[in-house]
Design a protein around this ligand. Sequence first.
Ligand SMILES: [Zn+2]
Length: 225
Amino acid sequence: MKRACDVEVRPAKQSIASRYAGKTVVAIGAHPDDLEIGIGGTLAKMQREGAHVVMCVASIPKDYDVRLAEAKRGAEILGCELKILMDGGPQRIEDVKTCDLVGLLDGVIRDYKPAAVLTHSKADFHNDHLLIYNACLPTQRLAYFDFFSYHPTNCRPVPIAFHPNAYVDISDTIDAKMHAITAHGSQFGGRGLDTEMYREFAHVQGRMVGCTYAEGLDVQRMLLV
Ligand SMILES: [Zn+2]
């Protein structure tokens, strides 16, 4: 039923998922849970419509085995491949030289030849997230791929200046997103935090563009043909 506050959607909706069907999409997050929070619905949607989606987690700073198991479960729920970039034990991104971090991400681009890369935003406030965003920027020199940033990710709501200029309708995958977030029990239930704010936030984003749930993206570069 249409409600008075719903916006009318005029342009024909084009599925972002169909854009990448049969292609590889790489999503890069600093830590386990960042990708589920930021773009879990988008990744599940792309995977369901035929993209090979790789969730690259840069590091696990502590509680390695627990958080690795949670990351595996989150990726499994979303139907995505999981790749831990700094694997083998707990490591901090800030301990890695910038040139080495860029080299690590260059390797991801060379190995997977992605049609699209999604990563953190320059509006993020977590230094590890900014380090990953800044290290992703130079990888654009290696090949053309669509490049997006997702909403800053956090376990508690804080004010941030992120202004999406594209939205993905995740109404069909919001439940998978929420399920995948709660797979990270050590970060939420284990700390007395609830995850419902992510559903509420996706609902607010959706209302702006005329669907029930959405995730906002900042388009860094995108080829239209
Ligand atoms: Zn993080």
